[in-house]
Write a protein that binds this ligand. Structure first.
Ligand code: SF4
Length: 353
């Protein structure tokens, strides 16, 4: 509990333990490699995410709490090729390594960064979280809402138990990863959603990232055999030009045409309130571009009922309707053991536990 004299930073600093994703350097410094910032942190200082810090030459990392907890449709993550119609017990932590001005979860993600942000952490054990997942009939346990990479040690502690109990596990991430963190996660993590926010490096840097790191993450996640889906929030005047959307689609196809690409609608939030939401026609055009560039699965999200066929999954072989959706809800699922019932083509994804 936060006492009158105790700040949120004090409280969060007390809910930590020594991390594993770091190395020690001379003079008490440490280098964290939980995300691609690879912060070198002096004694008494914090990393860019603010929630990992150097105490006495050791890196301390968040442990033993959640900042948010909710049971959502798996489609909301969004994963459209993982256990359709299932539920994901989803936990978030606090803090982020990015500073996106349009963040929809800024209250938790910008903790210790923006004075207006921050919620009281809720102490929770992995066993209790898994018990809740079972009670709510979830099939997936997911880390989302803020950036999961920065709390990977805690996520692994939860995922170890989740995997033992047969849950599918997932990261909903900005894709600012390192090979080290992906190798660390690999035995415990099944699904990885990456945000591809823009194909312009200068715009990524305004958000606190680097385009090349995110592109590399998509490649590394796919190489390692995680199930990956990519999301681009299409923001008017920021990343919605035909050229940029085409470039994003081409890049994803170069990794694999079977990676689903979600183009989702923006709505004004946080510090980006100077423009309206994404019109359906922009989203439909973005989805058409994805298919024109050779991707097999492109989805238009956040505008249920307004984007025609682009909420559904079709067979890339014979164009048969396979999964019909309205928003997060499954209207029909015609897949048979992960294959098209009409032509027998195998459809990539995780269709059963
Ligand atoms: S997780 Fe935090 S401390 Fe570690 S490299 Fe990323 S921003 Fe820096």
């Amino acid at each position: 509990m936060v006492t009158p004299a105790q700040t949120l930073a004090d409280l969060l600093d007390s809910m930590t333990r020594e991390g594993e994703l770091y190395e020690t350097l001379p003079d008490g410094k440490v280098r964290c490699f939980a995300c691609a910032h690879r912060c070198v942190i002096f004694p008494g200082k914090r990393g860019i995410c603010q929630v990992r810090f150097n105490r006495g030459g050791r890196l301390y990392v968040p442990w033993g709490y959640v900042g948010a907890l909710q049971c959502d449709p798996i489609e909301k993550k969004p994963f459209y090729h993982v256990l359709p119609g299932g539920r994901a017990m989803t936990f978030g932590m606090l803090g982020c390594d990015f500073r996106c001005i349009f963040c929809q979860n800024w209250i938790i993600s910008q903790t210790l960064i923006d004075d207006q942000a921050g919620v009281r952490p809720m102490p929770l054990s992995p066993d209790k979280l898994i018990e809740l997942a079972r009670q709510y009939d979830a099939q997936m346990v997911a880390s989302s809402y803020n950036e999961p990479l920065i709390t990977s040690e805690w996520a692994v502690e939860i995922f170890k138990r989740a995997k033992r109990e047969g849950f599918v596990t997932a990261y909903i991430s900005n894709g600012n990863a390192t090979p080290e963190v992906l190798d660390y996660l690999h035995p415990h993590l099944d699904c990885y959603k990456v945000d591809l926010k823009t194909m312009q490096d200068k715009n990524y840097r305004r958000l606190g990232g680097v385009l090349a790191n995110v592109l590399k993450t998509i490649e590394m996640v796919h190489e390692r055999g995680f199930w990956v889906e990519v999301v681009t929030l299409v923001i008017p005047g920021f990343n919605d030009s035909e050229g940029e959307l085409r470039e994003a689609a081409r890049f994803i196809k170069s990794v694999s045409p079977d990676i689903p690409w979600h183009v989702t609608a923006f709505h004004p939030d946080y510090k980006m309130t100077d423009r309206g939401g994404t019109p359906p026609e922009t989203l439909i055009r973005a989805a058409e571009i994805g298919y024109e560039e050779g991707l097999h699965f492109v989805y238009a999200g956040n505008l249920p009922g307004l984007v025609g066929r682009f909420e559904n999954t079709y067979c890339p072989g014979c164009d048969a309707l396979l999964i019909e959706r309205y928003g997060f809800y499954i209207r029909q699922n015609r897949l048979q053991d992960g294959t098209c019932p009409d032509c027998g083509r195998a459809i990539p994804g995780i269709w059963r536990r």
